[in-house]
Ligand binder design. Structure first.
Ligand SMILES: [Zn+2]
Length: 409
């Protein structure tokens, strides 16, 4: 899924589909040839910077006919997909290895290469696939191009849909999001929720992969006999770790945005670019990599969910959010582990609580001052001596029962 532009959101709807037994082998063969052709084209397109259909066609057409035996319509879809993949890889400043398609697949242009009719998906070439299940909520929106993939023995058709972006409401306050490597802290002057990150869970699988890699990195010849299945197991562990982070980011961002929507708050998140860049300077460890991935995916999915749900989003500069007093603006000093204290007004809080309140304050001033948020309590009216009261917090709570923070009765 990606953010659309011009008032439209693009999302991919996944359908389980099943081919007729008689055409199963033939279809799978086509999808495998497509994958090989796609990987070959990605390489050619990147190496020759052939980022237009015309250029790609000249370079690839002959090889396609001779080597992969793809029908000409499907060959064209293949260049188009290769160009799209090459472009996004070339535009990524921190790109790694050249991208490769792993699962057998095929790209399908809407109306030319596929159509959905009466519980079936019909493909060019006479293939018919029965639709087993899909998310019916998006049926009213027009379908775009689709990708048919084989994953873990199941055929999945991912259809892109375009839906209009809902209008954003006028917010009655701010829900601030603060991140650290262990937790995502969400709140404002009245509520607070904490979500554990998935880094530790994902790290487990990275460590399993590393263990296997070390165990089988002997250069003796007989290791080759096992190499392929070992390689597959290692890559499975890596993708498992990645999937854990992705699922977590999707789930948590949805909970955060729905909580904001329920209270008609705007979501305020920090711009994490500098934080991520600083993390990149650290030694390349799995944990650092997973933390970076978590932050990136969380940013992406929070923004996406805000667009989808019509929730206003404010991005604030993270400077000083965990060092300044949210009440008087003085520099906070360390009180005890992760606890901070203001030497001037006596405000005491956990580092993340202070950050959340600072992000809220900055976001409110960005929105035009606290006047736009009549439900937010006046910070200056709070007796500073009460600020340090211990706050009982829930871990992974139901976001729909917002907990009232005791410091601001
Ligand atoms: Zn203070």
């Amino acid at each position: 899924m990606s953010l659309g532009c011009g008032g439209q959101l693009t999302l991919a709807i996944k359908m389980r589909v099943s081919p007729e037994p008689a055409s199963y082998k033939e279809l799978l063969g086509l999808m495998r040839r497509y994958r090989e052709a796609l990987n070959y084209s990605i390489k050619v397109v990147i190496e020759n910077k052939a980022l237009s259909l015309g250029k790609a066609h000249i370079l690839l057409y002959k090889v396609f006919k001779e080597r992969y035996g793809l029908p000409s319509k499907i060959a064209q879809d293949c260049y188009r997909e290769a160009i799209a993949i090459a472009k996004s890889w070339l535009n990524n400043p921190s790109r790694g290895n050249m991208p490769r398609a792993r699962a057998p697949r095929i790209w399908l242009t809407n109306r030319y290469s596929y159509r959905v009719k009466g519980g079936y998906v019909e493909l060019l070439g006479g293939y018919k696939l029965k639709i087993i299940g899909w998310d019916k909520r998006y049926d009213i929106y027009p379908s775009g191009d689709a990708r048919l993939m084989l994953k873990d023995g199941k055929f999945i058709l991912a259809v892109s849909k375009r839906m209009p972006k809902p209008a954003k409401y006028v917010s009655r306050g701010v829900l601030a999001v603060d991140v650290n490597e262990k937790e995502i802290v969400v709140g404002n002057s009245t509520i607070e929720h904490r979500f554990e990150t998935a880094v530790e869970r994902a790290l487990h699988y990275k460590q399993l992969a590393e263990y296997l890699q070390k165990k089988y990195s002997s250069t003796r010849y007989n290791a080759w006999l096992r190499r392929k299945s070992i390689k597959r197991r290692i890559s499975r562990f890596h993708s498992k770790a990645k999937n854990i982070i992705e699922d977590w980011a999707k789930k948590v961002s949805r909970l955060i945005v729905l909580l904001a929507k329920r209270h008609q708050y705007a979501v305020a998140r920090e711009d994490l670019t500098n934080l991520v860049n600083n993390l990149r300077k650290l030694p390349k460890e799995h944990k650092v990599g997973l933390t970076i991935l978590s932050y990136r995916r969380l940013e992406h999915w929070i923004d996406w969910q805000c667009e989808k749900n019509g929730v206003p989003i404010i991005v604030v500069e993270p400077r000083g959010t965990s060092t300044k007093c949210p009440i008087c603006g003085s520099r906070l000093i360390e009180n005890s582990y992760r606890n901070l204290k203001c030497p001037k007004c006596g405000f005491k809080a956990d580092r993340d609580t202070a950050a959340v309140m600072n992000i809220e304050r900055i976001a409110l001033s960005k929105m035009g001052g606290p006047l736009t948020a009549p439900t937010t309590p006046q910070m200056t009216d709070v007796d500073p001596n009460r600020c340090g009261e211990p706050v009982s917090r829930l871990r992974e709570p139901s976001p729909f029962r917002a907990e009232r923070r005791s410091v601001f009765p």
